[in-house]
Design a protein around this ligand. Structure first.
Ligand code: AMP
Ligand code: MG
Length: 501
């Protein structure tokens, strides 16, 4: 990502030129409402790179004015706060109306580097009750807010499409979950928070007029190049299908598991959206389920690619009245499988440091996943250390070999991999550099998040900032931060991440 060009002077909290383009949609699409204030808010953490994206002076983030505004206690000039309506399929079942039950959109601000709209929306998550809160309290707890904040920024640094996070603020106000926790607000930042479920909402309510209004809004603002096409709605579906396939290929390649891939959590821009019980793969296991509540494993690691496709079909169904033809709709959706496979192959080749494609590479990659599975090897550590392997020099990969219970299986695979490298005259030093640029050393391990959360729950926010700083440079060696690359300690085995947030 290019460094954003800041406006000069940088914006202050109250000079952010807020508009609310979403509010121009007909009133049926949202409810205008005010955030509910929280008592005595404080800053937990802010992201300098997200502040830079919107040209906000980072020094502002520690001011009372900023903290009050981004907790929802004080309205920014020109802000027209609203919560959007949407529906969705949850765990494969039609769930009917959902909507922003605790998220309030403040509006959008200029972000010259962000294409094509050149603007980013600012949304408060956890800002109080809305008409869509159903049984919820409209709040988010500090724990899940820190997780969402850190993961959004970590994913961006990994080069994976995602919503961003500007800051987390907290308050001592208690919120009941399994136990009493304190409330927090995350300011999320994205070009749009429109979801697959936003379209499903109008389709299942048989309001095709509203469906068209929403699709035209999304096309005009985020996909303007489809305006002139013969069937812009088909193009929209094709593009979203493609972006979703690519996003999920990235997830698989880095070992990210979303945890709740319901259609209301799928972004119309192909961004990773709504971080809840997510996780990064540690001891490799394709059937790993990161969401404790997902007992069937619908959203396990191995199933993410096919669920992504299922979700695109749900979107296709909703867009069918606009596309106007089943065959055309299916044609758009057919792009998913090849787009996913192609992207995944590309990413795996880069992870393995392979510059060429050969016919039996599939077997090499499948073989690798097989031995990682059998020995439950730490996914991130393996790929990072693989860069050190030098064919024909077994000393180079002693540490790597030690990650495997089944060393003979690793030796057999390493022989095959070494031969493959030699076949393309791979140069060790060069390859290591290229591999280190795509295989992260630092990911948001559950236990790292947990340590930062526990400190924050005791009002020490330093570890959240420290972790953010480490995760912003996931591919750098950072010798002083080596311990953040360590394998999870034994106590981490007992960590369970549920939907409760
Ligand atoms: P999720 O799948 O967790 O992203 O959320 C599903 C739905 O539940 C969305 O409509 C959310 O806005 C809503 N929701 C989740 N937690 C709360 C809460 N504490 N208060 C109100 N609504 C919530
Ligand atoms: Mg959601």
């Amino acid at each position: 990502m290019n460094a954003p060009k800041p406006p000069y002077p940088l914006y202050r909290t109250d000079t952010l030129p807020l508009e609310n383009s979403f509010a121009a949609l007909p009133p049926a699409h949202y409810t205008a409402l005010m955030p509910t204030p929280l008592p005595d808010p404080y800053l937990v953490c802010a992201s300098a790179s997200t502040a830079a994206l919107i040209g906000l002076d980072f020094a502002e983030t520690s001011t009372e004015s900023f903290i009050e505004a981004f907790t929802g206690n004080r309205l920014l000039p020109e802000s027209k706060p609203l919560s959007a309506v949407y529906s969705g399929h949850q765990f494969g079942v039609w769930a009917g109306q959902l909507g922003d039950g605790r998220a309030i959109l403040l509006g959008d601000v200029p972000a010259p580097e962000v294409e094509p709209s050149g603007r980013l929306e600012l949304q408060l998550k956890g800002a109080g009750l809305t008409p869509y809160s159903r049984m919820g309290d409209g709040r988010a707890v500090l724990r899940s807010s820190i997780r969402e904040f850190l993961c959004s920024e970590a994913m961006a640094a990994l080069g994976i499409p995602t919503t961003r996070a500007l800051c987390v603020t907290g308050s001592d106000q208690l919120v009941m979950r399994e136990q009493a926790e304190t409330a927090a607000v995350t300011t999320r930042v994205a070009q749009s928070f429109v979801r697959f479920g936003s379209f499903e909402h109008w389709f299942y309510n048989e309001k095709h007029e509203e469906l068209k209004v929403l699709a035209d809004y999304v096309i005009d603002r985020f996909y303007p190049w489809f305006r002139a096409s013969a069937n812009p709605y088909k193009d929209l579906l094709t593009e979203v299908t493609l972006r979703t396939a690519h996003m999920i290929a990235h997830w698989q390649a880095v070992g990210f598991m979303h945890g709740v891939m319901n259609t209301d959590n799928m972004s119309i821009l192909g961004l990773t959206l709504d971080y809840g019980p997510f996780g990064f793969m540690e001891a490799f296991n394709t059937t790993h389920i990161c969401n404790h509540t997902d007992q069937q494993g619908r959203y396990s690691y191995a199933r993410q690619p096919q669920i992504g496709e299922w979700n695109c079909y749900a979107l296709g169904q909703a867009l069918l009245p606009l596309i106007g033809d089943v065959e055309e709709t299916q044609a758009a959706l057919r792009i998913y499988k090849p787009a996913y496979s192609e992207k995944f192959e590309e990413l795996m080749h880069a992870k393995l440091g392979l510059k060429t494609r050969q016919s039996d590479d599939r077997q090499l990659i499948d073989g690798l996943f097989g031995i990682l599975q059998d020995s439950h090897v730490d996914f991130t550590t393996f790929f990072r250390q693989l860069g050190n392997l030098q064919p024909g020099n077994s000393d180079s990969h002693e540490d790597l070999r030690d990650l495997f219970i089944d060393r003979a299986a690793f030796d057999a695979w390493a022989l095959q991999y070494g031969a493959r490298l030699q076949q393309e005259n791979s140069i060790d030093g060069e390859r290591k550099l290229a591999m280190d640029a795509v295989n992260p050393k630092y990911i948001l391990r559950n236990y790292l998040a947990q340590i930062a959360i526990e400190k924050a729950q005791n009002k020490d926010y330093s570890e959240v900032s420290k972790l953010l700083q480490v995760l912003e440079k996931p591919f750098d060696e950072q010798p002083e931060n080596e311990k953040y690359a360590a394998l999870p300690p034994d106590w981490a085995n007992d960590l369970e991440v549920s939907c409760s947030s």
